[in-house]
Write a protein that binds this ligand. Structure first.
Ligand code: A2P
Length: 279
């Protein structure tokens, strides 16, 4: 597995297995077991997915040495603030059955739609992540769903520059301004819903490209993210898709292909605008 280097020198496997919407219990356990045996070494979960327990069990039962795995989880929105964040981190760690995390993210920024003091809340929450990082309980810290203005605000008070910003990214939803800011600060962009959660798989341009390369639209989307230094987190419960989403070598996207995909009209947006969400 190829890797990216985070801005603190830590290596992160270049494709991660996303577990959003994989229900706790058998389904999450089986999907993560399947992913680990297919060769994924990077698993992305979150407290709010409700599946940390099964994800942790699958990790343990895989028998893979912990040091060969990269595990991410995220702080849910109800737990923002310094003390609550520290407690939520410990709870996630216990539910996963781990003694350290590789990456911990603020799942969504407090936003101006819900909070007058959104910037102070985010700064305070970030301080807690910095504390966990300095204690060595987590190898890297970052944010998720922070559009440019939110990230800029956080950077004004952050002592540790976030290593990652995990955002919705797929053909038809590129968030260029945010990606550009991340690149300028050496913040790795991770793509959630790199396949638009299935909503863009029928796009004719992408289908034609996939046919011409003897591959799937899913793989085109994954390569598209990687080609611009963005780390995709494809989710699947289908063993066939789990395997093929790891296959990075069977085709290449040319500069012209990348240009074509970049120019696709807006499509597949989840509808969750971080500035406006009320959860
Ligand atoms: P399935 O679980 O049946 O594989 P995203 O990662 O953008 O959230 O997209 C996930 C959705 O895309 C799921 O519905 C998943 O279905 C589907 N999917 C994942 N990989 C592929 C693939 N290689 N080809 C087609 N569909 C895929």
């Amino acid at each position: 597995m190829k890797s990216f280097k985070l801005n603190n020198g830590i290596d992160i496997p270049a494709i991660g297995f996303g577990t959003w919407q994989i229900p706790e219990g058998d389904e999450a356990y089986r999907a993560v077991k399947e992913a680990l045996s297919a060769g994924y070494t990077h698993i992305d979960t979150a407290a709010v997915y409700g599946n940390e327990n099964s994800v942790g069990k699958a990790i343990k039962d895989s028998g893979i040495d912990r040091s060969h795995l990269f595990i991410t989880t995220k702080l849910w929105n109800t737990e923002r603030g310094y003390d609550k964040t520290l407690a939520a981190f410990d709870k996630s760690l216990a539910t996963l059955g781990l003694d350290y995390l590789d990456l911990y993210l603020i799942h969504w920024p407090a936003n101006e739609t819900q909070f007058e003091d959104w910037a102070a809340i985010n700064a305070d929450t970030w301080k807690a992540l910095e504390h966990l990082y300095k204690q060595g309980k987590v190898k890297a810290i970052g944010v998720s769903n922070f559009p440019k203005p939110y990230l800029e605000k956080l950077l004004e008070t952050a002592e540790v520059i976030p290593a990652v910003n995990q955002i919705e990214f797929h053909p038809g939803h590129l968030q260029e301004e945010t990606v550009e800011l991340c690149k300028a600060h050496d913040i790795l962009v991770q793509a959630w819903s790199p396949l638009g959660s299935g909503r863009i798989l029928q796009d004719e341009t992408l289908r034609a490209l996939a046919t011409s390369k003897h591959t799937s639209v899913g793989q085109i989307c994954i390569q598209f993210a990687l080609a611009q230094g963005i780390l995709p987190l494809p989710k699947s419960t289908n063993p066939e898709n789990i395997k093929r989403n790891l296959d990075m070598d069977s085709f290449e996207l040319s500069a012209e292909d990348l240009d074509t995909i970049s120019k696709l009209p807006a499509m597949g947006f989840s509808g969750s605008d971080p500035k406006k969400v009320t959860f």
